[in-house]
Design a binder for this molecule. Sequence first.
Ligand SMILES: [Zn+2]
Length: 324
Amino acid sequence: MNLKKMLWSAVLVIICIFALVLIFVIGNKNEEKIDNNSSNKKQVVVSNFASYDFARAIIKGSDKIDLTFIMGPGKDSHSYDPTVQDILKIEKADLFIYVGGEMEKWIDKVLESKDSTKNAVCVADFVETIEEKEVDGAEEEEEEEEDEGAFDEHIWTSPENAKKMVRGIEERLEKLLPDESEIFRKNAEEYIEKIDEVDGKIREIVDNKVRNRLIFADKMPMQYFIDYYNLEVSAAFSGCSTEVEPSSATIAYLEKLIKEQNIPVVLYIELNSGKVAKTIAEETDAKAMQIQTLHNLSKDDFDRGETWVSLMTRNLDVLKEALD
Ligand SMILES: [Zn+2]
């Protein structure tokens, strides 16, 4: 090998070493940046609106938690598809709060990894769940696969369950940040009082009711609410169907029922334009009204800071008219 070649080789080796050192230094700097961004706050990620609202109320006044509502407002929980970033966020979370069931089947996949299960809490474990019931008038759903023993996942619609969820979430947050337990406990108690207050107002309406049946020209994700207040219900669909338009036979059945029993209100749920309910209202003497099931809320309501309590309060006027 001549001298020139040897020199060139040496230069190349030096360049390579220099490049490697540079890559290493830049890499480290980037990592530092990421670490600074995530700060020292505990990351708490929540799948559905009710649990998010409860957690938000409980941590009020504490600056030690970053709370994320992973699905966000304005979306249908049943057709939600998490992004890669959502999944990463859940995997990295110090606490992940979810409901589970058919509605959140995607979570099963995320929780397959051991690290995610460790920090996950299922709020359905805090309440007594019921099986999905057949609702009067509802169309039979063509299920792709029979899910034996599937529970009705809309647990948050009864005040009793809402309070259990607040207590359960509060306990988990306390475990995560014992130093903040005083704040969390006080906030949870205050929120439970507010739930009791709206529960009392609904109870008063129910106690003075003329009729017992609510009519949903829509999906009916309020079975826990119906059972809790001992009401009856007829609906276009049981629970949350993936169907959008009920058949003309279903519409005819609901119209007949409304006319026969002189029912004053036909309901549709949030995030729905109420097209079917309005059509039925035109054919009968009933009025189409929107009821908040708290499945999720609109972007506008979210930006206004609406809560489980404020949205349930919105139902008071609806229930007053519907049960009159
Ligand atoms: Zn649902």
